[in-house]
Design a protein around this ligand. Sequence first.
Ligand SMILES: Cc1cc2nc3c(=O)[nH]c(=O)nc-3n(C[C@H](O)[C@H](O)[C@H](O)COP(=O)(O)O)c2cc1C
Length: 170
Amino acid sequence: MNSFNELLQNRRSVRQYTEQKIEREKLDLILQAALMSPSSKRCNPWQFVVVDDHEVLSKFASCRTYGSKMLEQASAAVVVVVDASLTDTWQCDGAIAAHNMLLAAADLGLGACWVQVYNREGAEQMIRQELDIPESLNILCMISLGYKNEERKPYDLQKLQYDKIHYERY
Ligand SMILES: Cc1cc2nc3c(=O)[nH]c(=O)nc-3n(C[C@H](O)[C@H](O)[C@H](O)COP(=O)(O)O)c2cc1C
């Protein structure tokens, strides 16, 4: 990947993975990316639980009716846990860390996808129970990770929604 813009253009949600396991060094780079996220007042309200047990991932694949099936094939998932008692910006802080991981995975040529957990059916409860996450912490999302088994088209710069941009006034 040559430039940051190319990385952004090529980062797409990937939901099909091969059986190949992600190497520990690559997972470490993805987690380092999360730990370098900016957060409000640098309160770093997040914590990350790495899951690579296929049985647990399979269980999490059905934590939602739609939107979590890719975990069945995933090599690993990083569960993003955030302490809302530390800051009212906890969702923003958690989302930035999650997105840093999506970018790091894309940079490594891996497939990744956000799986929303917070406010989604009983997903939070199931994951909390399985991973012993205290009630005092919110579970924002999971980032599913794996070697790609599908090719997604990069964003076409000509087709971006430029009409969403306003100058000087709305
Ligand atoms: C806050 C948020 C929640 C999302 N939740 C899910 C989800 O639960 N399941 C899923 O498959 N994709 C989920 N996505 C991925 C989006 O569907 C995806 O980013 C969007 O369709 C744009 O596609 P792209 O990522 O390929 O650019 C989520 C993305 C965000 C930012």
